[in-house]
Design a protein around this ligand. Structure first.
Ligand SMILES: Nc1ncnc2c1ncn2[C@@H]1O[C@H](COP(=O)(O)OP(=O)(O)O)[C@@H](O)[C@H]1O
Ligand SMILES: [Mg+2]
Length: 317
């Protein structure tokens, strides 16, 4: 494996109380992110969920940070799974990388060069162009056709008018159809998103991400936890294939331990905002898992882990 770190977290800490509320860290944020967080808060308020979030912060143990001095490297082409109990800090890591949250402390070195947090908005935008986030709930436009969903993302630089009028070159269309064909959904290219099953939606979402030529990093927050087991496999295979065949570095939270062991090169185990395991997926033991999850892995046997390790080896480059 190529040993060039593509992302380097250096002593990153995040305290949501500070990041969201305090003037100090809010003022340090770039305007665009302020706007984002504001609109986020407004949305939350609309849904009448603001007290829930405040409670979350208050409920946390005293002096516990959502991320506490987290350091890790992700190397080019790697597939890294983040695992840990609910509330451990996995989503927070993904959301720092996609710009939703700004940590209070630490550095995030991207492409072995710059601290992501030092970049101005324009430069941050350039970085974001190279990342694609895949969400648990797809983030697609329900009324859009599959073909248009893939096309709009394949050519994001296209002027809005041309996009609205669906003016695409023959070559652009051909590539979009190729991607949909790889997806095994060619006959459904004209179907609208709302007509699809959860698994199909997630496949379209991933294809849309792959279609972006400049994407080098996939960020995924529990991409398969809403899917049934057979669709889970189809979608995970698709992500892993894109990782191997297109060299897209992948960082994903995974709810299912066996899935993480089967698909990832490396596993990072997080517990209460701290990294407690960082090693090869195929080396992880029940003891490590018990340490990451506490007692909540009952039902998962060494045998199941061994089976997942065996399946993992078929992906080896
Ligand atoms: N928007 C928020 N405001 C306040 N606290 C939050 C917010 N989002 C997450 N947290 C807290 O940060 C911690 C880590 O959350 P998260 O990263 O979502 O965990 P995970 O994805 O591992 O389940 C939890 O204690 C959670 O309650
Ligand atoms: Mg989460």
């Amino acid at each position: 494996m190529n040993k060039k770190p593509i992302i380097k977290f250096e002593n990153v800490s995040l305290d949501y109380k500070e990041a969201d509320g305090s003037k100090k860290s809010f003022n340090k944020m770039k305007t665009k992110f302020k706007k984002k967080i504001r609109s986020k808060l407004i949305n939350v308020e609309k849904e009448n969920k603001i007290s829930k979030i405040i409670n979350l912060t208050l409920l946390k143990e005293k002096n516990t940070l959502s991320l506490d001095n987290v350091s890790f490297n992700v190397y080019e082409g790697e597939f890294v799974a983040l695992i840990g109990k609910s509330g451990a800090g996995k989503t927070t890591i993904i959301n720092i990388l996609n710009g939703r949250y700004v940590p209070n402390k630490g550095k995030i070195i991207v492409y072995n060069r710059t601290n992501l947090l030092d970049l101005d908005i324009k430069q941050q935008k350039l970085f974001r162009k190279t990342t694609a986030t895949i969400f648990q709930h797809y983030d697609l436009i329900p009324n859009q056709k599959i073909i248009d969903t893939v096309l709009t993302n394949e050519v994001p630089e296209k002027p809005l008018v041309e996009r609205l009028l669906k003016i695409y070159s023959k070559e652009e269309k051909q590539r979009a159809y190729e991607i949909i064909s790889e997806l095994g959904m060619l006959e459904q290219a004209d179907k609208k998103i709302f007509e699809l099953s959860g698994g199909e939606k997630q496949r379209v979402a991933i294809s849309r991400a792959i279609a972006r030529r400049d994407v080098k990093i996939f960020l995924a927050d529990e991409p398969v936890s809403a899917l049934d087991p057979s669709m889970l496999k189809v979608v995970m295979d698709m992500i892993r294939k894109a990782n191997i065949e297109r060299g897209i570095t992948t960082i994903t939270n995974l709810h299912h331990i066996e899935v993480a062991v089967e698909y990832a090169d490396r596993i990072i185990g997080i517990k209460k905002g701290k990294i407690v395991y960082d090693g090869k997926a195929v080396d992880i033991t029940i003891k490590d898992l018990k340490n990451i999850y506490g007692s909540s892995i009952e039902g998962l046997s060494q045998q199941q882990i061994n089976h997942a390790v065996k399946l993992n080896k078929k992906w080896k480059k």
